[in-house]
Design a protein around this ligand. Sequence first.
Ligand code: THU
Length: 156
Amino acid sequence: MKTLTIETPIKVYAYDELNTEERKLTESALEATHRSYAPYSNFHVGAAVLLEDGTIVTGTNQENVAYPSGLCAERTALFYANSQYPDKAVKALAIVARDVDGVTNRYVISPCGACRQVMVETEKRFGKPIKVLLCGAEEVYVAESASSLLPLSFEF
Ligand code: THU
């Protein structure tokens, strides 16, 4: 038997340490939370995708009374971006969540496994890492590549 230890590098930034492009991306994700459809959870998530040419595409969580029919903000944004701009690589993705108390300051928003899987495939599709910014009220956790959020991701 041997133990495999996997390390995930995450950088923690204050908002004023982000560059202008990253700040704009987090602001777009925050703004998008107001377009979320989340009548069941009241947890409003916004995602903003930055494409290689500087285009920003946003998405929000879209819930449904048949719960599994809904979709997370990250996949809404990525699928929309890849549908509209199939030839433009995704450079970065920012995620913000707002609940009844405002932008959550208990934790940074952390994407579900299915969204991570889609992020990883988007990286592979374009052959470029996606910088992922997980936004909290005070801090932003930054992964330089989505693959560091999903070690041992499924592939065949
Ligand atoms: N949700 C997202 O949109 N993104 C995440 O990263 C986590 C969860 C949504 C799904 C559901 O609409 C609500 O948040 C509560 O789980």
